[in-house]
Write a protein that binds this ligand. Structure first.
Ligand code: GRF
Length: 218
């Protein structure tokens, strides 16, 4: 097997998506390993998950920085020091500067709990309920400077039920996220998907189509 890609995961909170990536990376044939987990919040539960898995962690607390540029420079420095190939945002609640986004262009992923481009920003599950959609889901995309925008890599759909609350829909989408993110990262880390312009290309048709098949199955 060619060398596993080194992943840096950015978190701010509970880190359940981080956990799904940790679990995936424990599979022997997975094409990536987590080199570093960085949180901007010192009490993020995801830090404990990483430590339990024996993964290096760093806290880079945005409150200690007067400007976003300085925060992002330290973030970038820590990722370079750890020799990271791909950055995965997993519940990371900071807007990144254009400089940082450009430095990791086409090598930074984010997961968002809606079927983008619908419902960007905060509370996308409530936005979906308010819009009355019948189907929602999760998206993994390459990061661009605009929030929750960028080439779409993978999506999973879930049904919206008539009696859903923000919590119940969030939980259903989260279960889909935990399957989607490892799948999406595998595509990029193995070279089976990449960005051309603003569109994601796949080495085989199955790279994209497989997601459509399992997305509504439960
Ligand atoms: C997830 O719903 C993710 O899509 C969004 O923030 C949430 C993070 O959850 N960006 P967790 O920290 O991974 O449990």
């Amino acid at each position: 097997m060619t060398a596993r890609k080194r992943i840096g995961v950015l978190i701010s909170g509970r880190g359940s998506n981080l956990q799904s990536l940790i679990d995936a990376c424990n599979e022997p044939d997975y094409p990536a390993e987590i080199a570093l987990v960085i949180s901007n919040r010192p009490n993020a539960y995801g830090l404990e998950r990483a430590q339990k898995a024996g993964i290096e962690t760093r806290v880079i607390d945005h409150k200690h920085y007067p400007a976003r540029e300085a925060f992002d420079a330290d973030l970038d420095g820590a990722l370079r020091e750890a020799d990271v190939d791909i950055v995965c945002n997993a519940g990371f609640m900071r807007l990144l500067t254009e400089g940082f986004v450009e430095a990791w262009r086409d090598w930074q992923l984010n997961i968002h709990p809606s079927l983008l481009p619908a419902f960007r920003g905060l509370h996308p599950q409530q936005q979906a309920l308010d819009a009355g959609v019948c189907i929602s889901g999760a998206t993994v995309h390459f990061v661009r400077h605009e929030m929750d925008a960028g080439p779409i890599l993978a999506q999973a759909a879930v049904p919206v039920h008539a009696d859903d609350t923000e919590d119940s829909l969030s939980e259903r989408i989260l279960q889909a996220e935990h399957r989607l993110y490892p799948h999406a990262l595998r595509l990029v880390a193995s070279g089976a998907a990449w960005v051309e312009g603003e569109i994601v290309r796949y080495a085989t048709a199955a790279g994209k189509a497989a997601l459509l098949n399992w997305s509504l199955s439960d």
